[in-house]
Design a protein around this ligand. Structure first.
Ligand code: NAD
Length: 281
């Protein structure tokens, strides 16, 4: 495993599992099997409606809480609620999370950022993240925040490597968690000839080559999967290294293609979706 050191000196694993679009039953099974296989980074969110299942899987696994790096995200409809963090922790069955994101730059996110700073000082969240925030708003927060954010989470993969944003992050000791690291499973990306050639060379799969590229780019990854074999394979990327020339060749795949193309208006609308988080199984 490789680790990323946050700008507050906390350390996080660079490879984990994400549970977006997984039902509570699927999330519980995937997180349990991932923890049993040695995965120690878990990414969920209020809006995934599976935080309780993630909490159950952590307990059932018998892996000590302090060995797990748990990430979740506040949804905009609770940004102004005083107990939003506390209720999230209750659902997860834990008294702290290692990293908490504001999920979307919508609603009263400035108030929510202050809540996260307060919770950070109280020790209930150990790092602060911005999910889907554009560069302009990341800059605003860097200028105004008392506690600098540690991470951003945005779409990133070889077709959309986030080169500009990464310069800003590097200047501020911030990290990038890549969502859709495998292009949401897009065959065009996964089957790019350069990945097939490198997969043969290193005795790995194309997906493993892409994930290894992310790690060497300094990105934290947490690919989604319901398939235990994929979960294990996505974690088995630390016994080889891509050469500098090979990294350069992959860099040529930058096509400025995003899979998720929402307008700010779409995001505002989507982010106002009311969900009853406590009703989940
Ligand atoms: P991904 O790029 O990880 O792709 C997942 C797809 O690839 C699935 O269809 C899966 O079957 C396939 N796959 C997984 N491992 C494979 C392997 N070894 N070989 C071949 N195919 C494989 O996209 P994702 O799962 O949608 O996103 C990853 C995570 O990102 C999510 O679980 C979620 O936690 C996070 N996410 C966050 C946001 C956000 O707004 N912050 C948005 C979307 C996703």
């Amino acid at each position: 495993m490789k680790y990323f050191t946050l700008n507050n000196d906390n350390v996080m694993p660079m490879d984990g599992i994400g549970v977006f679009l997984l039902s509570p039953q699927e999330a519980e099974k995937s997180v349990f099997s991932a923890l049993k296989d040695g995965v120690r980074l878990i990414d969920t969110a209020n809006a995934y409606m599976n935080e309780k299942a993630v909490g159950r899987a952590m307990k059932e696994s018998d892996v000590a809480r302090e060995e797990i790096f748990l990430v979740t995200k506040l949804w905009p409809t609770v940004y102004e609620e005083e107990d939003a963090v506390e209720r999230t922790l209750e659902r997860l069955g834990t008294d702290y999370v290692d990293l908490m994101f504001l999920h979307q730059p919508a609603g009263n996110w400035r108030a929510a950022y202050r809540t996260l700073e307060r919770e950070y000082k109280a020790g209930r969240i150990r790092a602060i993240g911005l999910s889907n925030f554009p560069e302009k708003l990341v800059r605003e927060i860097l200028q105004t925040a008392e506690i600098k954010p540690q991470m951003v989470q945005v779409e990133a993969h070889p077709y959309f490597p986030q080169t500009e944003l990464k310069k800003l992050l590097a200047e501020n000791g911030m990290g990038l968690m890549a969502w859709y690291p495998l292009g949401h499973g897009d065959k065009n990306l996964i089957d790019e000839p350069v990945f097939t050639r490198l997969a043969e060379k290193y005795g790995k799969t194309n997906a493993q080559i892409i994930l290894r590229w992310h790690i060497q780019e300094g990105n934290v990854v947490f690919p989604g999967s319901r398939n235990p074999e994929h979960i294990r394979a996505n974690f088995d990327i630390f016994d080889f290294e891509l050469a500098e020339e090979e990294m350069k060749e992959i860099a040529k795949l930058d096509k400025n293609i995003r899979y998720y193309n929402a307008t700010p208006e779409d995001i505002q609308k989507y982010a106002s979706m009311e969900l009853d988080f406590d009703s989940q199984e």
